[in-house]
Each structure stands twice: as C-alpha cells, then as structure tokens.
Design a protein around this ligand. Sequence first.
Ligand code: G3P
Ligand code: CA
Length: 328
Amino acid sequence: MNSSKFLYNLLIISILLCFNKALSQDKSEFQNVKNTVIAHRGMPRHAPEETAPSYWLAKKLGADYLEADLQRTKDSVLICLHDSNLKRTTNILELFPDRADSPVSDFTLDELKQLDAGSWFNKENPDKARDAFKGQRILTLEELIEIAESGGQVTGLYLETKKPELFPGIEKDLYKLLEQKSWVNNPNKKLILQTFSTKSLVLLNQYFADTPKCMLLWNDEEFLTGGATPDKLKQALAFGKANGATIVGPSFKGEMNDYYNLMKKWMVKMYHKEGYLIHPYTFDTKKDEKEYVPLSDGQFTNRTDLLLDYYKRSHETVNAILNELGYE
Ligand code: G3P
Ligand code: CA
C-alpha cells in the first residue's frame, strides 16, 4: 500500500471512529429517557393524585420519574395540580364555596394549604381508602423536589407546564426554582420537561436548552386542530424539533380511557422517522402494555407497579409500602 493510500485509509478509519463515538454518546444521553417508568401524577390508582402519599408510593416502588402538572398560586408559588379548578380533588365546596370555579391563580398558598386533597379519593375508592389520606395537602413543587431527593436515591422529575397561558412567565419561575435546587443540567438529577403548548415549548427551550423536552400531543388542539392528518402531524413534529423537543408524548386509546389514538401505525412511523423518542400516555392495564410498550420508549403510567412487572423489575407490594410509610 502506498503512503497516500495508507493516509487516506487512516483518515477514513478516524472519521468512522469519531462517528461511532458520537453515536454512542447520543445513546448514553438517551438512556435517561428510554424504557422509563413515568409515574403519572404519582400512583393515582392507590393514593390521591399529586399528593405526598401518591409520589412516595411511586418512588418507593421504583419509578424512574415522578410526573407532575404545574400551576402557580396568587402569591407566585409553583404547586402540583392537574385540573383547572379545585372541585374534583379537594373540599373547596365546603371551604370556599363562592370560589369553587376559580382557577389556582386566585388562591394564595396559605388558602390552598387549608384544603383537604385526600378525602375525595377515599370516597371514590372505598376499597383503597386509608384514614391517613384524609387531610392530605396540595403539594408545592418544592415539596415534590424534597420527596424526589429523599430516601437515598434521587428519583427523576417529569414536569408539565399545565395550561401555561393562565400563568404567564411560569417557565422562568420554573427555571429559577430548579436552578436554585441544582436540578438544571445536573447528571445526578434526571429532569424532563413537557407541555402541550407550543408557546410554552419555545419558552422552555429558551431557559432549558439542554434539558430533554417532550412535546405532548392531543387531537384537535394546536397543530392537530380539526384532527390529525399526516401533513399536520409532520408540521407539529418539525415545530417541536426546531424548538428543542426530542420526545413526543402522544395519547392512545387505552383500556380505561377514551383518548384519541395518536399511536396509529403511520404516526409511530413518522415519530421515529423524525428522530423522536415516544412517551405515550397513559398506561393502566396489561393490555395497554402489551399493545403499546413495544412501540414506545418510555411510558406515563397510573400503575407504576404493573409497568415494573412488565419490565420484570422487582418491587415491594403497594400495601407494604403504604404501611411502611405510615399511611394507614
Ligand atoms: O403529561 C402526560 C399526560 O399527563 C398528559 O395528560 O391531562 O394527564 O396531564 P394529562
Ligand atoms: Ca400531565
């Protein structure tokens, strides 16, 4: 082999080695978000959603991420709550009947902390009711962070800006708090951000450029207004990519929900083609798992225990954990 050919081959081998290294770095970055068990609102099938027992239970079972919906109080505190008012998951009708339809932003944290966010669960789930759930309080994000960081192992956080149009500037507030708590770009504290809102995604990407972000999808909203078509979905995915999303969060029609199915074959093909990881919501049954886990990379689940079983990851029983935690 002459020397120029040798040098040429050396150059090609070096390029291939660099390419391979870059690929494996990419893969290791994605390890945080692959085959992941995302505890949707904690463990809402067995404890009042987004309260301390719900998150402690999910954490002790071994969830990789605790999922929460973030809203902001009148006095600017970030709290965890899914609904746009407090009627379903608190006793607001007893304490503040005239303000039962008001959004979270009309209440101070002190007012919200007076509400009982657990008794509704006991009434709706008599077979799973526990005295200790009575009087559970709405959690602040700071309190959720304490749970994630406690107990020897830091559990990841998967945080959604919920209805961000009601809370202008919530992305900056979130950044300030997470930065102060050392959750931004910290390899020991796994963080993923999620939103349905294109405006919020843009802002999240400004503050959290290097944090994995999930673009949630819901039929008939934003890009998918009028129903998902290949063109509309393609536009949505292009927008997400241009604004820092590497994960897509589609709904699917599960056994216990009636969501629109955004996990149709052609859709899954498109998500992959555009380079996204897929974290669908929400897994409630073994049938859901059998059908959709093989098509996805991580799963939002209301049944962390079931999903861990699917992955053959051992865990204690729900009752044992709740009793150990003192929720009797
Ligand atoms: O965040 C994933 C999934 O939670 C989106 O739906 O309405 O339960 O927040 P939702
Ligand atoms: Ca959510």
